[in-house]
Design a protein around this ligand. Sequence first.
Ligand code: NAI
Ligand code: MG
Length: 348
Amino acid sequence: MPKVVILPGDGIGPEVTAAAVEVLREVAPDVNFEEHAIGGGAYDQYGDPLPQITRDALADADAVLLGTVGGAQNSPWNLLPRHLRPESGLLALRKLLGCYANLRPVRVQPGLEHLSPLKPELARGVDILIVRELLGGVYFDQDRKIEGDTAYNTMRYTTAEVERVAKVAFWAAEQRRGRVTSVDKANVLEVSELWRRDVTALRDRDYRNIHLNHEYVDSVAMLIVSDPSRYDVIVTENLFGDILSDLAAVIPGSLGLMPSASLGDGAGLFEPIHGSAPDIAGKGIANPAAAIMSAGMLLRHGLKRSDAANQIDRAVALALREHPTPDLGGKADTRTFTRAVLNAMGSP
Ligand code: NAI
Ligand code: MG
């Protein structure tokens, strides 16, 4: 029986993860759920935003579903030393799980084109998966220094690091439209030259059914908002991926529509990209779509159950059209939306 650890966290985290778990139970009744504390609530209860009891539970987990952490601006949590703040629990969690591939689907749901800041004819049908390398590159390399009026960081990748994240991208593309765009800056960076060479070699060796092309990051920054439909899966290194994924996140028009997955060799981490939304927490009006879609990614990528994941995606798309939440200009509360998803899956 697969074990899924649920970490609801703070603010709207418990509200949206409860909705996601309800949906998960429906499509995966054999899964064993275990709930634990993280973030500000965990600090209040255990004096630690990622307490040992939670760490222990993660050791034999098959996947982790996370809500959100953090309090309002005037929360006493914000006066704590950095390593005790709610957000540090999240950083410690990501590090502990060693997830090297961050997946962010960017999809404009049918009927919700009007929410996008893009023109409807550009927004229509957008369905991109960004795969960002998460543990390497310039953010982590220890060869770094600031001294007087000079500073440097180092962008370094190895073939093994490139291949493991590219494999995730190719695997995902096999389940989608079979196209991967690898993004680099090979006209100026040696790292990109290696990246391009290794991604190409991997495709030629193991993924000949995938259509691979290479584009420069500056060009992609322009095309992802001016012609987003050209992309299926995008794979790129850490820094480029950070910037491109935040840029692309504006396309659907609400944070409540953005799920994510972080995959490594062990348990994957699945979470909405939005924060704890203190302004609406406790009111029962949070949009649980991002959390429910994250649960869908958990089924697809964490437990390799694509059929159940597809079932969730279809049901969410229907519910969004018929019962939009306030952030989408609708009236449905969390409960109503969740029930609409359950109904669309053919359950009571
Ligand atoms: P936020 O994402 O929590 O909220 C930004 C705006 O979007 C708010 O108006 C909020 O009501 C709205 N919103 C977000 N998710 C929504 C949803 N599912 N349904 C409806 N409306 C939604 O970002 P903010 O306000 O900058 O941060 C609040 C707290 O969350 C802070 O403590 C921050 O550190 C934390 N945070 C946590 C993250 C995480 O757990 N991964 C990520 C980002 C922020
Ligand atoms: Mg970012």
